[in-house]
Design a protein around this ligand. Sequence first.
Ligand SMILES: [Zn+2]
Length: 125
Amino acid sequence: MRGRAVTTSRSAGDTPEERLSAFVTACGGMTRESGGETICRCPAHDDENPSLNVRLADNGNLLIKCRANCTNERIVAAIDWKLRDLMASQQPKARRANKTRDKKVYGSLEAVSYTHLTLPTSDLV
Ligand SMILES: [Zn+2]
């Protein structure tokens, strides 16, 4: 079930655009846009005058910058994200995927040795 869901319907945050949208939504929504940057309220401080600039880098990473100088760590922590969630190469689901990948590696190694063991036998028979 889960494997099928991954291939057919991607959850929010899989593409850079979706992640940007999810991030801005988590910050309370976009307040305005200027020069390709999305401005929203910084969740890490009492932000009455929206001062958090969010934009997508060419590599798909989310770049965030609070004009009140909140650190990225504090900003993502305030909306329950991790820093790695901002990066295109490591999606929010990466932690869970790592475990699955380990199992897959072991599985395929087993399959390889089985192939080596069975092929000569079947040739002889
Ligand atoms: Zn801030």
